[in-house]
Design a binder for this molecule. Structure first.
Ligand code: GLN
Length: 208
């Protein structure tokens, strides 16, 4: 018999598109818990950092005393997935951020905030994602960052393949940490969330 466990995955619920991620994670086979305080982290084995506004998220993480508890779990290897503002939150270095904006530094990368510029605030394009089968993924970008630099342990999963941003890195993975500049939660294509749920199951398997 197929034994598929349902992992408990938290969605950081201080700000941003929490509901869409929760729905997408449930569709991908997870139990979803909203995380607003440090004690709620104890119930989750992985965390999603939604899109929204990274400067506001940074303020709220400090106000809710969540920044250090989440950083510690990430340092200990808790799987995490960040989309858009969530990608910025996972980055070690942020360009064009607000001076006092904080991030978890979990992925050795430099991201540029609002990288695509004002004229192209929002757009959609097809991106091939390494490790995600079934054809290109229709990606939605909303005032998105891109990745300008990555460390040796960071794998590029997706790049823009047309237009002025051709070649820009928009999806990466580093161990248990996944980040995309786009918003899979606003589409009906569950493959990115399924990929993350598979990562979470694998991490749980590795722990035994
Ligand atoms: N521009 C936003 C930021 O800096 C991210 C936008 C988004 O998450 N859709 O946080």
């Amino acid at each position: 018999m197929l034994n598929v466990t349902k992992p408990n995955i938290g969605v950081l619920a201080l700000q941003g598109d929490v509901v869409d991620h929760a729905r997408a994670l449930e569709a991908a086979g997870a139990n979803v818990r909203k995380v607003r305080r440090a004690s709620e982290l104890d119930d989750v084995e992985a965390l999603v950092l939604p899109g929204g506004e990274s400067t506001a998220m940074s303020n709220l993480l400090l106000a809710f005393d969540l920044l250090e508890p989440i950083r510690k779990r990430l340092d200990d290897g808790m799987p995490a997935y960040g989309s858009c503002a969530g990608m910025i939150m996972l980055a070690r270095r942020v360009v064009d951020g607000r001076d006092d904006q904080r991030s978890f530094g979990a992925i050795d990368m430099t991201v540029r905030r609002n990288a695509f510029g004002r004229q192209v605030d929002s757009f959609e394009t097809d991106v091939e994602l390494t490790g995600i089968e079934g054809g290109p993924y229709r990606t939605v970008f909303i005032r998105a960052p891109w990745v300008e630099e990555i460390g040796d342990d960071v794998e590029v999963i997706g790049r823009i393949s047309q237009g002025p941003a051709d070649g820009r890195i928009v999806a990466v993975r580093s161990g248990n940490h996944l980040a995309t500049a786009f918003h899979p939660e606003v589409t009906t294509d569950a493959r990115v969330h399924e990929y993350f749920v598979t990562m979470v199951r694998a991490a749980a398997g590795a722990r035994g």
